[in-house]
Write a protein that binds this ligand. Structure first.
Ligand code: PHE
Length: 413
């Protein structure tokens, strides 16, 4: 039972018999994990950015790819389906697969929903990164909200044939479009095979170069292209890599359907490729994250493992305990000397042992009135094998306090 309208991010949407969003899903809108500093998806987004900014357009004197990562996830059925040629009766439109706000508005099911708008706005090479929503099975690798990166690059005749322009000394020898070309497994009607093959080569090189950059051991990984079908590309492929004997699908891609370019307002002079890759899938492999729900965790045991500035840093995720954390702060007026945090860490470890998950200096200041320094540490307790009781933690915490008094001459605040 829904109210007659829903208010989402300060905008009103009428509900109808298609409405099937729920509070849990709506609460994800605006979280933008890929923009949250030090989140694994933020690091991955940075790496995509760094990788694609290497490609330079000498005529524009700027990076070739524009990167758009802040489009709102609420789109029309026109954007999500019609604009990219998904037929009216296609299964991917059903209520069981999507989160509808009403009959004509839904949470985007893929970043492909923005292809046409972005091309229409004048871009001919871009990435579009954002959260996407799908009603899906529940297991360690599926979650109803995840993140995708769409990539698109368009070519006109000069750009596509730049290296082969004069193969016959005849500048019009190579063409993107021909009047006698028909659709078959290798190409769309209208496209010449030489144009399609060059675009395919560009697409596949772009993707394999990206994964060489993301996975340092890419040279030793097996990968393969699998023929696929999408309503908005033809021909189409999926790219898979093999890890420990299992094949993982990382993305879908292909030569853009010409009618998508027509819907974008381009006349008959361009051809292009598009891909859509899932960020969680890649981050799980890159960092060894075992469960997709962890991306939504506010648990500092998870997030602290990604608290670094250099997004290219290679880290392996260390599983955190399934038992709850217990957080206790400790504030102290310093005695004659200011405590070096590493001395404090040693003391805490010595007393708390493996019950200590994390220690952070959260506050430090000098009081002119008291003429004393103050430090506050947050100690996060958690056992790997049981739920700790408050009493037990308090005893350890008191013990740490009294050792601090003895060892550092502090006064507990
Ligand atoms: N939108 C497709 C998906 O979400 C992926 C894709 C993007 C495929 C672009 C081809 C081209 O599954």
């Amino acid at each position: 039972i829904y109210p007659s309208e829903l208010i989402i991010q300060n905008k009103k949407y009428p509900t109808d018999s298609w409405t099937n969003v729920n509070g849990h899903i709506l609460s994800r809108i605006g979280q933008n994990l890929h923009q949250q500093k030090n989140h694994p998806l933020y690091h991955l987004t940075n790496r995509l950015r760094q990788h694609f900014y290497q490609y330079y357009d000498p005529r524009k004197l700027s990076p070739k790819f524009s990167i758009i990562d802040d489009l709102r996830p609420i789109v029309t059925t026109e954007q999500n389906f019609d604009s990219i040629c998904i037929p009216a009766d296609h299964v991917s439109r059903t209520k069981t697969m999507n989160y509808y706000i009403n009959k004509s508005t839904l949470l985007r099911a893929h970043t492909s929903a923005h292809q046409v708008d972005l091309i229409r706005s004048g871009l001919n090479a871009f990435l579009c990164i954002g959260d996407v929503y799908r009603r899906d099975s529940i297991d360690p690798t599926h979650y109803p909200v995840f993140h995708q990166c769409e990539g698109v690059q368009l070519f006109n005749k000069e750009e596509l044939f730049i290296e082969n322009r004069n193969v016959r000394g005849d500048k019009d020898y190579l063409q993107i479009f021909g009047s006698n070309e028909h659709r078959d497994a290798t190409k769309q009607e209208g496209h010449t095979l030489e144009a399609v093959k060059l675009v395919e080569a560009s697409l596949k090189k772009t993707i394999t170069d990206l994964f060489k950059n993301l996975f340092p051991n890419a040279a030793t990984l097996n990968s393969r292209w699998v023929d696929a079908t999408f309503p908005f590309t033809h021909p189409s492929w999926e790219y898979e890599i093999e890890i420990d004997g299992k094949w993982y699908e990382l993305l879908g891609c292909g030569i853009m359907e010409h009618s998508v370019l027509e819907n974008s307002g381009l006349s008959k002079d361009h051809i292009g490729w598009a891909f859509g890759l899932g960020l969680e899938r890649i981050a799980m492999i890159m960092y060894g994250i075992p469960d997709i729900r962890l991306f939504w965790s506010n648990d500092s045991g998870f997030l602290s493992q990604f608290a670094f500035d250099d997004s290219t840093r290679a880290v392996r995720y260390k599983p955190i305990s399934v038992y709850p954390q217990c957080i206790n702060d400790l504030s102290m007026w310093m005695g004659k000397t200011i405590i070096d945090p590493s001395d404090f860490h040693d003391l805490v470890r010595a007393i708390g042992g493996d019950l200590i998950e994390q220690v952070v200096l959260i506050d430090e200041f000098y009081s002119a009135k008291k003429q004393r320094h103050s430090q506050t540490y947050r100690i996060i307790y958690r056992s790997m094998d049981r739920t700790l009781t408050k009493e037990e933690i308090n005893m350890v915490h008191k013990d740490i306090e009294s050792h601090c008094k003895q060892q550092f001459g502090v006064e507990i605040r």
